[in-house]
Design a protein around this ligand. Sequence first.
Ligand SMILES: [Zn+2]
Length: 449
Amino acid sequence: MSGLASRLYRSLRLRSYRAPPVTIPALRASASLSITTAAATAALVSMAAYTSTVSKPPATAASVPEGVDLTAHHVKGCHGHTVRFKNPYPSSGVERAVYEVMPMLLWGTLTGSMPVPSTKDVKMPMVQPAFLPTRGSSGGALRATWLGHACYHVEFPSGMRVLFDPVFESRCGPLHMVGPKRFSPVPLAPADLPPVDAVVISHSHYDHLSHASVVDIAKRNPDTHFFVGLGLAKWFHACGISNVTELDWWEDADLVLTKKKPDTTKPTGGNGDEEDKEPATITARLTCLPAQHASGRTARDKNTTLWASWAISSGGKSVWFGGDTGYRTVPKLPTDVDDYGPDYDALPKCPQFKQIGQLRGPFDLGLIPIGAYSPRWMWSSLHASPRDAVEIFKDTNCRKAMGIHWGTWVLTSEEVEEPPVLLKLALRECGIPETGVFDVCALGETREF
Ligand SMILES: [Zn+2]
């Protein structure tokens, strides 16, 4: 979601819209269940410090899709250099310029065809996040904790901790006072995060990349390494962050974490025995992969940095992070028409998710966007609906998934509690169990995979 469009939405909150209420009993049930779990978990015991090194292995025939132009998403300038990026498949529809989008949003808001949903009575379930006390205590499980919107904290069985799209501020926008304001609180302060080894960024939009958050994380974790799409390293360097690797779609990076020798001149403040049990080295493979989206933080940098999804594997478990993506572009239809009906079977779907599943799958966990989709004719090219998300889940060959990109900021017109309701309907339509396969959870809740 572009910050510019979001700001317009909020500033143009001219009418109060309230659609019929939706109930999400499964969500409430899972939230109350995990409150007990979270409350019973001990605080962090100790953590050894690690240094990180990153290398890029060469591409092989088996690591990239066959017969595909791997630079089809690069737009070249007159000197042959890449100057911006584009979605290379018909599933993304025709790209709209900002000057086309703004009048559409304005008209939609004024006429009520793109209402701003109320968050007045919305109370998202939330639990206190609980993390493993040490890197050596996962017991082989992959642990994933939702920190709101697209931000997930993942603890791999190897001991590695990865943070995806961290944004901890109240508003997502270029200024503290401008941009959508959270309607649900942040589950924790950045100071309460355990040490972070890697931060993975899907793209530059404000609801996924926050200057204040990344600077804070880098300050608290001087050895953490940031992984971004092409063109975005420059922005990090300008923030004073040098531990950054930028990759193109289908490029891999190998991360090696090496335990530092303890500084015997300082009191540890922790438990030396526990630190001894933490591994001497931790390895991970991170792959930048396609998504169907856009990028930009100002009126002048639209699509000049690459948007991406990511695959990360470490310690025998793997995650696919969808970030922010569309799946196919839907025309303007009456609201009672199902865009997955037989009349719309021929609408092109983004083929890249199947390629991801075939070449990097299966994944133990997919973190897949399910929100910011309405109206479909406006947002379908950029944002998956819950039904699209289930198709993406199948294509990418994820064994389990959690819904992201909802429940935090009002970005589009659907009621804010609607995505999990439609997700269940979509799962049912696709013959997949409604719970236990592709779920949502409470803010701050941890699930194991
Ligand atoms: Zn976005």
